[in-house]
Design a protein around this ligand. Sequence first.
Ligand code: FAD
Length: 542
Amino acid sequence: MERLAFQKIAIIGLGPRGLGALEALADCATARGVRLEVDIFDTYPEPGAGPNFDPREPQHCLVNIPLRDIDLRRPEGLDLTPFAQWLGPRFGKDDFPPRAEVGQYLEQRFDKLKDTATMMTTRHYPEQVECLQRKDDAWHVHTGPNAHGPYAEVLMVPGQPPTRPDDQLADWKAHAADRDTTLAAAYPARALEKAAEQWSGQTLAIRGFALSSFDVIRVLTVGQGGRFAGGQYLASGQEPACIVPFSIDGKPPYPKPATGEIDARYEPTPDETEVFRKAVFEASKGTPEAAQAHLTDALATPVFRILSTFGTEGIRSAVGDWLAREWSDPGCQEDASALEVLKDGVAMAEGVSAPSIGYVVGQVWRKWQDPLRQAYNPANTPPATAAAIVGFDEGLKRYSYGPPVSACRELMTLIDAGIVSIEWARDPDISLMNTGWQLNVRDQSVTATVMIDAVLPSPDPQQVVSPLISGLMTDGYLTTLDDLGARTASDGRLIGDDNEPVQGLSLLGRLALGSVIAADSLHDCFGASSKRWAEGVLSRLS
Ligand SMILES: Cc1cc2nc3c(=O)[nH]c(=O)nc-3n(C[C@H](O)[C@H](O)[C@H](O)COP(=O)(O)OP(=O)(O)OC[C@H]3O[C@@H](n4cnc5c(N)ncnc54)[C@H](O)[C@@H]3O)c2cc1C
């Protein structure tokens, strides 16, 4: 009896990564013939989908991956329908499906796992975990007044918990509270859509011009009854008078190639991918300078080859110069305006114009996200090297995490129609007024009565507002890489302040950025990290 109780595992968080971890655990338990009991803790009402793929979110909030590339590893022991087949003919392979559809699919996967896993029983507690305690070699989970346990292993998969507002946001919160102005969050998008019913005819600003701003702009336009037809925007009359997105560099991300055929031109060869895998492996062990050299070499060959297939007069040194500038100041080298990025991006994505060096680098990097994770995540990368490689990856997201080309076309149409203005897109001076936020660029100004925050918060656990995370830091179980996320071992176990893996306590996902890379991805939730964690658990239990 005692031994059975000790086979108990707790999972904190049941978004896609919690589901991916459960599926990996079920597979390992079946393979090893070990019977497990798993308690899952999460108050969020959409098990398996989590907030980002919540089936209640509007249909116009899209996944940033075309259907042709969505590949969610399925556990071997469960007969699960692949996502594209489950969706049916409503979406083509080049479409970017709604995130809500992915969420519905993931919820059904969770139900199926719960009902049919042979070696694993699960119990779901809709409770928020506030604290973990270690006693007699086991973990105890505290959720307000309730205590659960003992557990041999605990996995935390909390996604991005709320964080302390940065200085700008803290000022703006105080400003909005004191005056008759509104500071709104981009998500949940359905709440924003409802609130926007009151904002018809007003001027709205959006802080952040990355992927989330595309969701926000759709919520404020098609979400208010407008529609696109024949290359035009047909307004409903419920829209804001003007939507003003802005960010530090003022540039939206570049769209992904429009079709599978165009995308195939950016495919690295298997040999190039193998060279890259080895380069990441070497890069993760050495200095930042050595990492730059290894990864630059691995990238230059396919980038040069691909550029040549487009007839681009790209000489090797130009590719090398571009990469060198990117390493020294990730994400900052292009000086194009927002409109130029949109126009050039659409032309390259649709195969109408030859791609720039940056566009090719970004697409190759996107196609290498899996080998990148596979080679980087198991390594114990020195902090400065981790910062350099993660910074490079984050900078390239302007290409590798791009929206569908249709979303960029729609944005251009809205700019033409005067509903979106990019006049203040690049790093405006912002003054707080009684009536809202005045954005100033040169001698032009505009005042927004509503400010929408569409900036993704930092993954630094020290900025997270969660008694669970802060308690673990105080107890020395959770330590961080400078300015990045938590230190974890290759199987996800936290590294404590004695520099050793903490027995039976793991963390997967965004809060471990630096120990892992490219974590903001659905594919990663169902990838090798979950498998390594599950195998580690099973080997320790048996
Ligand atoms: C707006 C948005 C859109 C995105 N779109 C895409 C996309 O299109 N494609 C893509 O590949 N990736 C996308 N991502 C990246 C995305 O983060 C991942 O794909 C995925 O949602 C991460 O899943 P997760 O389980 O790690 O986190 P989450 O889905 O956030 O789940 C974490 C869960 O943990 C629970 N939790 C947290 N703390 C506690 C606690 N103390 N006690 C109990 N429960 C707790 C939360 O309630 C939550 O349900 C998007 C991210 C955002 C923010």
